[in-house]
Design a binder for this molecule. Sequence first.
Ligand code: HEM
Ligand code: HEM
Length: 355
Amino acid sequence: MSKDLDVEQAAGPTNDIKVETIAIQPVAAAAAAPVATVAEATVIAVTNGEKADDKLKLQQQQQQSSNVTVTTTPEQATTTTTTAAASPTTFTTTATITPSNIEAVNKGNNKSNMDPALINFKVLYVLTQLCGLTMIVLVGTWIGQHFGGLGGTANPSLEFNWHPLFMTIGFIYLYGNSILIYRGFRTTRKKTLKLTHASIHMGAFILTVIALKTVFDSHNLAKPQPIPNMYSLHSWLGLSAVIIFSLQYVAGFVAYLAPGIRENYKIAMMPFHIYFGLFGFVLAIASALMGITEKAIFAIPTYSALPAAGVLANIIGVLYVIFGALVVYLATEPAYKRKALPEDTALLSTNSATE
Ligand code: HEM
Ligand code: HEM
């Protein structure tokens, strides 16, 4: 998930050399080549399992692209005050230093110094996943244990059971996760995130269409006579959420993935994209709550006596609400917003807010 510091080590197999921290502070240009700047790097090295805090002054040639290769030779290593009986083995450390690395290091990119907001984010993100996965497992258990499991068109009442299952996986879980992708995978390049965002939404859409087909089948193929379609508030709001989602997909695709849209249009559309994206998601949660309530009232005759099937339905409903609340919070809290990476802007001439 994270690519943090892009540090590679070219040590021999017997040399356990680990670069833990590299603090880089540009200092006055010195004896290096005319175009070079000198940086000071503090390297904590572990040689053959024994730790030595070595402060090495390294000279690095800063290339125009800001990619710097730091090479530590044995001669430099011997200038340290290592008292451990480290074998005088050769090691070479190559660190590719990019502006993002420098920024990350300056911020103290290790666990103890991590931005507290991001620690909160990670905890809530894991909680969201646990909640979402439990929700899916419980829907599966609910239809499996209490409503006869899954079936095809030959048995419309069992075919119906695909509807809550696929709506929960696609239109709730995947939808929510796709919204969170930019914040959850913040060190991944924007272009990759956009493709992932669009692909997960497409996966959600496909499952939603299957879920709609199975519920319409279960009404149209019902015996002895078909059940009317689109009579309930659940079906009205549910279908509205699917239509909003579809329009949003087309608009998002045209604005942010297809080429040729001017940057100022992209920027102007973003607040609408975010608003309608979240609005559709909240409407999906509300529809699912109505759907599960309806099903409980229609199909559990002793619902008011709190049977196991009813309790499970209520727990699933509570999980829908918690999952929805967590996704909306994580997607709207300004402190959790993904910050543009230098490579997002470096590789593209356009504004990073939308690219
Ligand atoms: C959030 C996603 C959901 C959406 C978008 C959605 C959408 C729909 C739609 C459009 C219909 C109308 C089908 C027709 O008239 O033939 C329907 C029916 C139904 N759905 Fe859902 N549904 C969702 C989730 C659920 C869930 C989680 C359940 C729980 C069991 C459920 C239970 C039902 C039931 C019992 C019907 C048949 C009665 C009716 O038409 O209201 N739905 N759903
Ligand atoms: C139904 C489909 C879609 C929904 C519901 C949706 C929803 C959202 C939401 C809620 C956000 C805000 C995320 C945040 O602030 O962290 C967002 C951001 C974004 N979406 Fe979509 N989206 C959809 C489709 C697309 C498509 C097809 C693209 C094309 C690539 C796209 C591109 C973007 C971009 C570029 C951002 C900005 C991320 C950022 O910089 O914070 N979206 N989307």
